[in-house]
Design a protein around this ligand. Structure first.
Ligand code: ZN
Length: 383
């Protein structure tokens, strides 16, 4: 840590010179300092989306979310316990860009062509598409310092996301459960304003009590990563059109870049079932991630996933099999047949719980998301 004087208000404070941009705790001005010359330069494209949630509201949203997913909504208060709620204002580089992608590939014919040699079963197709984004790149060195920050992008298309950036507009408008939970989503009372629209010039006060995390990633790195993510995303989108993708080319036009601190909330909870499930269920802490602008659930881990249910099914059927075979041996042969069926179900459930659930398509399903009011990425023109 180094003591520096603010270039705006001249007050001295402690700064970590490894940070790419520094924020004065007194006047909220953002500046960078040159390591060679020591010259300070004010950076003015720094904004913040005000945090409008508190712990009580996060708890209310969480309870509502669980109630909608749970079979017995009346048991939720007795079975679900929040262990921890934390909020952060996290810096993101927001890159406004337009991406234009051309693709070419082979599509299989509906009817197979006879006598036309190799390749006759495929026809060449090509196309193009264009999309606008405000692409968000984390300005934190370690994406894993907060839960859920590695995969916030959830495209409408069924594809596996292997990039950490995300389109701000569609991400910060999803997962809202109930607009009547008392969160004001905008300064003018208009519900249609996006998180981007309500941003303010950066001032510490807009975090409304959340810790403000520092800026550890440079603008150049953010631009490079945004280009990589969008190119990668569009390449994956192009693949959906064809069986064999032969060529793809993306041209990116960067319209601008700015830094925005975004509010996030992270809740941890434990599920203690009161029913017969408690004998099979191992209580493990689960995570839920919310945005602090309108309280949308961005990502949530389920307490019981399909795999757990299949495993429970396998155990129950396994016990039944044993009982039925016993009955078959001492009483009537017909029980052996029923027992055989039960054994099959047990084996199948066990197989599906252990083998099938680790496939990529199931990984997509493992966490359940409520997608409401999902805005299209298309046509969200940057300013
Ligand atoms: Zn200052």
């Amino acid at each position: 840590m180094h003591e520096l004087a603010c270039p705006s208000c001249n007050a001295t404070s402690q700064y970590d010179l490894m940070d790419k941009l520094l924020m004065c705790p007194f006047c909220s001005v953002t500046f960078r300092i040159s390591m060679e010359t020591g010259k300070k330069e004010i950076y003015s494209d720094h904004y913040i989306v005000p945090n409008s949630c508190d712990q009580r509201q996060v708890k209310a949203i969480f309870t509502e979310w669980i109630k909608r997913l749970h079979h017995h909504a009346e048991n939720v208060d007795k079975e679900y316990f929040i262990t921890d709620i934390n909020g952060f204002s996290i810096p993101f580089w927001i890159v406004s860009l337009e991406a234009h992608t051309m693709w070419k590939g082979l599509v299989k014919r509906q009817k197979s062509a006879l006598d036309h040699g190799l390749g006759a079963n495929y026809i060449m197709e090509e196309g193009q598409f264009r999309r606008n984004y405000r692409w968000a790149i984390s300005a934190r060195k370690n994406l894993c310092e907060n839960w859920g920050m590695t995969h916030l992008h959830e495209p409408k298309e069924r594809l596996e996301v292997d990039w950490d950036g995300f389109p701000l507009d569609s991400t910060f408008s999803r997962g809202r459960i109930d607009p009547s939970l008392g969160i004001k989503t905008s300064k003018s009372g208009d519900d249609e304003l996006s998180a981007y629209d309500v941003r303010e010039f950066f001032e510490f006060k807009y975090a409304n009590g959340l810790p403000i995390l520092t800026i550890q990633v440079s603008e150049e790195e953010a631009l490079r990563r945004a280009r990589n993510h969008v190119t990668n995303y569009h390449h994956t989108l192009a693949k959906l059109n064809v069986e064999i993708l032969i060529d793809t080319r993306s041209e990116l036009e960067i319209a601008g870049i700015q830094l925005i601190h975004l509010p996030f909330w992270h809740a941890r909870y434990i599920y203690h079932p009161k029913s017969v499930l408690k004998h099979f269920h191992k209580a493990r802490e689960k995570n839920v991630m919310l945005e602090g602008y309108a309280g949308g659930i961005l990502k949530g881990e389920m307490s019981i996933v399909k795999k757990d249910k299949l495993l429970i099914n396998a155990i129950v059927c396994g016990i039944a099999t044993f009982g039925l075979f016993l009955l078959g041996a001492v009483w009537h042969n017909a029980f052996l047949l029923v027992g055989l069926f039960s054994l099959l179900v047990a084996l199948l459930s066990g197989y599906m719980a252990t083998v099938k659930s680790s496939s990529p398509s199931n990984r997509l399903n493992r966490t359940t998301f409520i997608k409401q009011g999902l805005k299209s990425d298309v046509g969200a023109a940057p300013e």
